[in-house]
Design a protein around this ligand. Sequence first.
Ligand code: SF4
Ligand code: SF4
Length: 386
Amino acid sequence: MPNTGSSSPEVPATPPVGLPLWLLAELTYRCPLQCPYCSNPLDFAAQGQELTTAQWFKVMAEAREMGAAQLGFSGGEPLVRQDLAELIGEARRLGYYTNLITSGIGLTEKRIAEFKTAGLDHIQISFQASDEQVNNLLAGSKKAFAQKLEMARAVKAHGYPMVLNFVTHRHNIDKIDRIIELCIALEADFVELATCQFYGWAHLNRLGLLPTREQLQRAERITNEYRERLKAAGSPCKLIFVTPDYYEERPKGCMNGWGSVFLTVTPDGTALPCHGARQLPVQFPNVREHDLKHIWYDSFGFNRFRGYDWMPEPCRSCDEKEKDFGGCRCQAFMLTGDASNADPVCAKSSHHGIILKAREEAEHAHLAIEELTFRNERNSRVIVRG
Ligand code: SF4
Ligand code: SF4
């Protein structure tokens, strides 16, 4: 899309294309766990071959040359890649700030030491719950909780700041006090209490995961109380509380705008403006066929929702569009069937009733954890077969 601006009086000029400052390398869709809220695509089991080490080196070099500064290694579970230390080493050589986003399964003291030597800057470990039984039930693994605890301690012992991530939902959010206590006991530096966002498997399981408004408000209140206490005690522990879009009246400024700063490369080399975009009926380029410069600046996929010219009403003439860019394209597509619609989270959207209905359903839902659809190869293949 040429960067020429717009002549329409209501539509602001198209902003210049930004730099891909943030590269997310989804190294693999393989994962030993089965979280029913995983944001990976439902059809992950049918995706193509993973990029090789050399192909990732090329992606990292090209992105760095274009201005990328932060590199996240994620998945699936990135630890299943045996070349992870090599990839980290190359990222360090190129000058990236690197972050490993992991479940901790497959991590050992030896690997942490290897990653440290290779130059890894940051490790984030995710937990499913504060309670061993619930954690393991959600993860689909009997050993997950004990391993996570051990590795969280080991990460700290190797001099990393401890960053813990808890995805909260209706089955664990009432234990938010215990979650925070666990984080304090582990001497966490940063804790992300992120209420499940409804993409991928979480969208499929929404009825069984979306908390009620009351659950959410209580959790936020307790988090704020702990924040006060931690502050008064001079603790360095920071609690970050993320509410789900479903209880907002305005959408988030998703990815800071389409193709603005984020670049995701999936295990098979598909380049996306955000990790959820694969499901959209948009042709996205692959790093096996094109260099990143072409992908970022010239490909159809990365230009499809850049700027404001693509917007229909009510976003087109809305004075908030420079703040939220019309919300999330994936959410608009999942909930309305048209990715160019306003995100239904917005109270101005004619589809906002879908969100109100979901809130209402959350009040009456009774699905047990065992009734959720777990993210695993078997379920993914069933979904692919239709
Ligand atoms: S959310 Fe769970 S299942 Fe999905 S990649 Fe992370 S650990 Fe694996
Ligand atoms: S109408 Fe569109 S631009 Fe305006 S607040 Fe809603 S989503 Fe944002």
